[in-house]
Each structure stands twice: as structure tokens, then as C-alpha cells.
Design a protein around this ligand. Structure first.
Ligand code: B12
Ligand code: SF4
Length: 351
């Protein structure tokens, strides 16, 4: 296959990717992403909050060459994790987990499939070099997904595909093969709809297509290390890990079919977590809840901190809640201890 015309090589790469059951595959040229300037503005405005890794690797996002030397094409893939059924109603004792984190860790799922794709491309095109990435490399993935025709970047900043909606995760295989690119998705299909902006309870979507992480529940519950400031702790709106509000209200997710990747199917323990039970759980139980899932990102510390904050914000001084918080106030970690002490003080004031 080496030396075949770009169109033929592209068809072969896409066939291999489809055999690996990616839901979407598209090819973009390895260019400087059109959103790079907008990304720099976003950073300059402080919108990355304390995600210093976004700042540190900012320049590397200017061109995929910094991820793979000699790269000519970016093969973008997507997998849907749409559960296809409504969530159970939340109770004052439960904390919600964002849908993308309910199954196996999507990084591992994507890396595994992309790794196989790389092996097959290496075999079909022995002179080529490629590298698989998902989330951890300095690549503006949504920009490349749009460039490869997978969808448009919506007002909630999500990449939306007309058929699959936005409950998708993205990965990329960078290659030095000269592949024929797909047409970029130039149009947007949000129209006059502003449901995501209106529904965001913390006004984190400051303008269409721009998210201020300093206000975003997803940022606070997943990415932020250390104690939560009171303003954030009071505004978690029932989310223990992540936040899906700006996707739940999106009309494009209403008709989207359920995802078919078995690895991303929700583990029932990770849909709505009983916060009192979580606070009372031993380390082994907590580890088994988060192990192998994207929830490992916060570790037990972040999860327990979020749980204590959620219970305090609900202002229900149920004896079970008070007991669980009192038990956890002796946690070896100071962040957890502080969150529990604050929660207890607040609940005792309200009871
Ligand atoms: C940092 C990060 C976050 C941060 C910041 C999110 C953000 N909107 O920037 C936080 C922690 C808040 C976050 C939250 C979530 N994330 Co996140 N995150 C990332 C990460 C690592 C980098 C994103 C980034 O570069 N942000 C900076 C901004 C400026 O870039 P951008 O949003 O991609 O914006 C581009 C375009 O919007 C365009 N643009 C910007 N402004 C404008 C304006 C106009 C008018 C136009 C036309 C274009 C445009 O240019 C930008 C630069 O290319 C990516 C993985 C990756 N390497 O790309 C995952 C990623 C974006 N996250 C993902 C997911 C699943 C989530 C959550 C749904 C998780 C959850 N349920 O809690 C939420 C969604 C929140 C939301 N509405 O975005 C997926 C999104 C998949 C998809 N279908 O879009 C990604 C791609 C990870 C993956 N590999 O699948 N995330
Ligand atoms: S993830 Fe939640 S808090 Fe963040 S922008 Fe969307 S609705 Fe707002």
C-alpha cells in the first residue's frame, strides 16, 4: 500500500478504523489549528483557572508537529458514550457522576483501539510513522475534529455531530502519511438556540463558544486540587464528579442513539453515588469505585471533598449525614478534614 495515491491510503486507513468500531473517523491536514488564536485569548483571559498544564504547553498547540515530527495528517476518531436512557431522579443524599466517567476510563479505551490502528497502519505502510493520542497531548482536539468533518463546535464548546450529538470522546492518530483530508465542518447547527447558556447554573458559558473554567462545575469537581473555595463549594448543583448540564439540555442529544462501545457502558455504581455511604466507605471500597474509570483523576481526596461540600450545600442536617461527616473529619488528608469540618459547622448552624 506504501506509495499509493492519498485517496487510496485514506480509504484504507478509514477501513481499518471502522473495523476497530470507532463511531466516527475523519481526516484533517496537519495544519496550525484555526482556533489557536482564540485559545490564546482564552488563556490570556484567565479562563483556564489553575490548569497550569494548559499554559505550560500552550505554544505546542500551535502545530501538531510538536506532537509528531514530520506529521502530515491527523486522523480523528470519536466514540459515543450516550447512555440512551434518562438518569434516575437524584435524592438529597446522592451525587451525580458525569456520563463520560461512568464506564471504563475513556483514555484507556481510546488508546487501546488507537494502538491497534497504529499497529495495522504500521503493517500496511511500513515506511510511515504515527502516534496515537487522546486528551493528554497538546492538541486542540475539538478543532481537529471539526477540521476532519466530525462536527461543529457548539455554543457550549462541545463538538457536536449531527447523528451522535455531543456525548462523545475524541482521540487522534497523527501520521506522516499524506492522506486525503475530509471537508471541514464549516456550518454550525446551533441556530438561535441558547439552552446551554441559559441552563448553566454558574454562568460559566460567558459567551457562545467560550467557557470560563473558574466558574465551571466540571473544573471544580475534577481538575481543582486543594480545598474548594466557598463560592464553588456552594455551587456544585448535585454533581460529585463532572457536570453534564449544558449537554443534557442540548436538543442534538435528544435524538442521538445510545453508544455501542461496551467499555463505555455505565457501571451502575457510578451513576448516582450515595454520599453518606461514600464518606463512610473504607479505602478499598473507594478504590474499587474509581479504579479503571476517569474518576481516578480526582483521587479519593477530591471525591470525598466534593461529597462533603454537596451535603453541606443541601443544608439537610440528617443525623446520618452528620455522623458520616463527623467520622470523616478524622481523615488523614487535610483537604478532606477541612471540607468535613466546614460542612459540619454549616449544617449545625442550620439545624
Ligand atoms: C481543558 C479541558 C477541559 C476544561 C475546559 C473546557 C473547555 N471548554 O475549554 C474543563 C475541565 C472545564 C473541561 C470540561 C469538560 N470536558 Co474537557 N477537555 C479539556 C481539554 C484537555 C482541552 C480543551 C481546551 O483546549 N480548552 C481550551 C478551549 C479554548 O479550547 P476548546 O474548548 O477546545 O475551543 C476551541 C474551539 O471552541 C474554538 N473556539 C473557541 N472559541 C470560539 C468561538 C467561536 C465563535 C468559534 C467558532 C470557535 C471557537 O477554538 C478553540 C481552540 O481550538 C480537552 C482535550 C483536548 N486535548 O482538546 C478535553 C475535552 C474538550 N473535554 C471533553 C469532555 C467530555 C468534557 C466534559 C463533557 C466532561 C464533563 N462531563 O464534566 C466537560 C464539558 C464542559 C464544556 N462545556 O466544555 C471532551 C469533549 C468531547 C466533545 N465531544 O466535545 C475532550 C475533547 C476530551 C476528549 N478527548 O474527548 N474540559
Ligand atoms: S459543564 Fe456545567 S458548569 Fe460547566 S459550562 Fe457546562 S453547564 Fe456550566
Amino acid at each position: 500500500m506504501s506509495g499509493a495515491p492519498p485517496a487510496q491510503q485514506s480509504a484504507e486507513v478509514k477501513r481499518l478504523a471502522s473495523d476497530l468500531r470507532f463511531d466516527l473517523v475523519g481526516i484533517a491536514p496537519a495544519v496550525s489549528p484555526p482556533g489557536y488564536g482564540s485559545f490564546l485569548d482564552w488563556l490570556a483571559g484567565g479562563n483556564a483557572a489553575e490548569m497550569t498544564y494548559m499554559q505550560t504547553h500552550a505554544a505546542a498547540r500551535q502545530h501538531p508537529e510538536s506532537v509528531l515530527e514530520g506529521v502530515r495528517s491527523v486522523v480523528m476518531v470519536a466514540l459515543s458514550y450516550n447512555p440512551g436512557e434518562p438518569d434516575p431522579s437524584a435524592t438529597p443524599r446522592t451525587g451525580k457522576v458525569a456520563r463520560y466517567a461512568r464506564g471504563r476510563d475513556y483514555h484507556k479505551v481510546l488508546w487501546k483501539r488507537l494502538g491497534r490502528l497504529k499497529e495495522q497502519i504500521d503493517a500496511a505502510f511500513p515506511q510511515s510513522r504515527s502516534r496515537a493520542v487522546a486528551d493528554t497531548a497538546p492538541l486542540l482536539e475539538r478543532d481537529f475534529a471539526r477540521l476532519s468533518g466530525l462536527g461543529w463546535i457548539a455554543k457550549n464548546t462541545m463538538l457536536i455531530n449531527r447523528q451522535l450529538g455531543s456525548y462523545t470522546v475524541l482521540g487522534a492518530l497523527l501520521t506522516d502519511l499524506e492522506l486525503e483530508p475530509d471537508a471541514p465542518h464549516e456550518s454550525t447547527h446551533c441556530g438561535t438556540c441558547t439552552r446551554c447558556l441559559d441552563a448553566c447554573p454558574t454562568d460559566a458559558l460567558t459567551t457562545p463558544g467560550r467557557l470560563d473554567a473558574r466558574k465551571c462545575i466540571s473544573y471544580w469537581t475534577i481538575e481543582h486540587r486543594g480545598p474548594l473555595p466557598d463560592t464553588a463549594a456552594d455551587q456544585l448543583h448535585g454533581w460529585l464528579f463532572g457536570c453534564d448540564i449544558c449537554q443534557e439540555v442540548c436538543p442534538w442529544n435528544r435524538k442521538a442513539p445510545p453508544g455501542t462501545a461496551p467499555e463505555l457502558t455505565a457501571d451502575p455504581r457510578r451513576v448516582a453515588v450515595d454520599l453518606v455511604e461514600l464518606l463512610r466507605s473504607d479505602d478499598t471500597t473507594i478504590a474499587s469505585l474509581i479504579q479503571g474509570s476517569a474518576m481516578t483523576r480526582t483521587k479519593r481526596i477530591g471525591l470525598l471533598r466534593n461529597a462533603a461540600s454537596l451535603l453541606a450545600a443541601r443544608a439537610i442536617a440528617d443525623p446520618d449525614v452528620l455522623d458520616a461527616l463527623a467520622f470523616r473529619q478524622n481523615d488523614p488528608d487535610p483537604v478532606v478534614r477541612e471540607a468535613c469540618k466546614k460542612a459540619l459547622a454549616r449544617l449545625r448552624r442550620t439545624s
